[in-house]
Design a protein around this ligand. Structure first.
Ligand SMILES: Cc1ncc(C[n+]2csc(CCOP(=O)(O)OP(=O)(O)O)c2C)c(N)n1
Ligand SMILES: [Mg+2]
Length: 555
């Protein structure tokens, strides 16, 4: 029996409705025919905010950014074929950084797979190892709507960090008027259609325990490390560390306000190492630390590590001895109030002040090191920052002191440069605030078509592209000088003004700190989206960072 387009539609309506019962408000859709019944069901759902993009690699990152900023689960719909494979980078990143995505891929029915039919590839389990997988059967009225809702509830209720991939085979016809058929199939879900809860509500009872011997440990010499946490948690962690009197080694993703800034530099100094060698316990919140010196310091430690992160899995590349606590960071802080104060590492404070003076002196010339150090002066009030990868994020981590609680977003799971603009667009749609985005030139080129997504920015957005003509991170690394340019940095000699024209964005190219500051200020006033290209000397940023590391080590 051939299934009518109406039944495909009924089937997809249950799928889409179920998404909304699992906290989905945003759904990201790429064009395609096989996915038409899913797309049309999503488009006509009053509770879903639909986002569209023609490039599935960018679409995946748009969803990732939306999930980061909204804290919600975000769904995607794509068609069959290589469209599916293009979601891979975002799915990998979500798994590593904990965002929840529901990836719905339309597929050909089983008889069209592996027989030479067009746009048919092996989709089942394609993301294995990076996402949970659920393969739906071919739609048929013989399978009840109750089964479909209950089976989806089971998958989505147990969704952990990362993506769930739902593969949906759909047979033709895919289009046609809704002729009102199969209403009784749909109505077996009865009052569920008017409800807002899942058909089957799965629940897990949770308890949070207090760490044994917390009373004992908080009187010892502790160090706090903050990696990727939320802005609100960052503020809390900073005040928790301060009340304990413990030094806080904070990553730029921590949003703690970095009370001891530039740890990436001063951790290389012997005075810091001697002082911190007295530490007996390290309490770390969140993972994915950027600073090389921080990672090296951690790896050299004998102290006990308590690592608290809501994500499961190993998060400490230094493999320290201690406790790996999978917990909500706020819950854990609630259970571990700081009652003692042991400000045992005061010697660091003078070293931090001297390091700051070195930074100011080294960042006098216009360039990316100066941009990184003076970044707080460019941040919009009530706004947010999106930081790209590569040299830039290392410079900001090492040289800037960002305000406590100021939201910072990034892709530091797999640290790909393949979807940064799209992720930034998603972040702003998830939190419609003035947004400053900093990217390298190669990263911007990689995801250039995402400028199309920025045109719909819901609040002012300033995209600063640092054009150091290539991937200058490779000038930091010991790449062979004779091969560096051709095989590593790959300078592209491009001028981004043409990209701005192509996508109708405002463009400026300031060449000094005052003109940059003025250009950015004007962008916030003007509103809309602006592309600011900073053409900087190729190796200056890498050179400044290297020099500062050795200067501060010798202070
Ligand atoms: C998808 C992907 N491919 C390759 C890399 C390796 N990689 C890291 S940084 C980088 C160059 C980035 O250049 P640019 O955006 O100009 O930043 P810069 O190094 O100049 O700061 C490359 C190729 C990566 N991180 N992700
Ligand atoms: Mg570059």
């Amino acid at each position: 029996m051939s299934i009518s387009s109406t039944f495909n539609r009924r089937w997809c309506e249950v799928i889409v409705e179920t998404l909304t019962r699992h906290g989905v408000h945003h759904i990201c859709i790429a064009p395609g025919s096989r996915s038409a019944p899913l797309t049309l069901a999503a488009a006509s759902h009053s509770k879903l905010n639909c986002h569209t993009h023609f490039d599935e690699r960018g679409l995946g990152h748009l969803a990732l950014g939306l999930a980061k900023a909204s804290g919600q689960t975000v769904a995607l719909i794509v068609t069959s074929g290589t469209a599916v494979a293009n979601l891979y980078p975002a799915i990998i990143e979500a798994r590593l950084t904990g965002e929840k995505l529901i990836v719905i891929t339309a597929d050909r029915p089983p008889e069209l797979i592996g027989c030479g039919a067009n746009q048919a590839i092996e989709q089942q389990g394609i993301f294995a190892g990076h996402a949970a997988t659920f393969n739906l059967p071919r739609p048929t009225p013989e399978i009840s709507a109750r089964w479909l809702a209950a089976a989806l509830d089971e998958q989505l209720a147990h969704q952990q960090a990362g993506a769930v991939h739902i593969n949906v085979p759909l047979a033709e016809p895919l289009y046609g008027e809704d002729n009102g058929e199969f209403m009784s199939w749909r109505d077996s879900l009865a009052g569920w259609w008017q409800d807002s809860r899942p058909w089957v509500n799965h629940r897990q009872w949770q308890t949070t325990e207090t760490q044994e011997k917390w009373r004992h440990w908080q009187q010892r010499r502790g160090v706090v490390i903050a990696g990727g946490v939320t802005a609100a948690q960052g503020k809390r962690i900073a005040s928790w560390a301060q009340q304990l009197g413990w030094p806080l080694l904070a990553d730029v993703q921590s949003q703690t306000g970095t009370p001891l800034p530039a740890a990436d530099l001063w951790l290389g100094n012997p005075l810091a190492q001697q002082t911190l060698a007295q530490a007996e316990i390290i309490v770390q919140f969140g993972g994915k630390l950027i600073s090389k010196r921080l990672l090296q310091w951690q790896a050299s430690q004998q102290a006990t590590l308590w690592l608290i992160d809501p994500l499961t899995g190993r998060r400490d590349a230094a493999n320290l001895h201690g406790e790996r606590i999978v917990a909500d960071i706020d819950d854990w802080l609630d259970q571990h109030p700081p009652q003692c104060h042991t400000r045992w590492a005061r010697a660091l404070e003078a070293l931090v002040a001297r390091t700051q003076r070195e930074i100011v002196a080294a960042c006098e010339a216009f360039g990316e090191a100066q941009l990184a150090h003076r970044l707080p002066q460019l941040l919009p009030n009530g706004g947010q920052l999106f930081l790209g990868n590569s040299l830039l994020v290392r410079l900001v981590d090492a040289l800037a002191q960002l305000p406590a609680g100021y939201p910072v977003y990034s892709n530091r799971g797999a640290s790909g440069i393949d979807g940064l603009l799209s992720t930034a667009a998603g972040v702003q749609r998830g939190q419609p605030r003035p947004t400053l985005v900093l990217l390298g030139d190669i990263s911007a080129l990689y995801d250039l078509n995402a400028l199309a997504l920025l045109r719909d920015a819901p609040a002012p957005l300033v995209l600063v592209i640092v054009n150091n003509n290539g991937g200058q991170i490779f000038s930091m690394l010991p790449t062979p000088a004779s091969q560096r340019e051709r095989y590593f940095c790959m300078p592209q000699d491009v001028n981004f003004s043409h990209a701005a024209v192509m996508f109708g964005l405002h463009y400026a190219r300031p060449d000094s700190w005052p003109t940059l500051q003025q250009a950015v200020a004007e962008c916030w006033q003007r509103g809309g989206v602006s592309l600011i290209e900073l053409v900087v000397e190729a190796e200056q940023g890498a050179h400044t960072l290297k020099q500062l590391v050795s200067r501060v080590a010798a202070l």
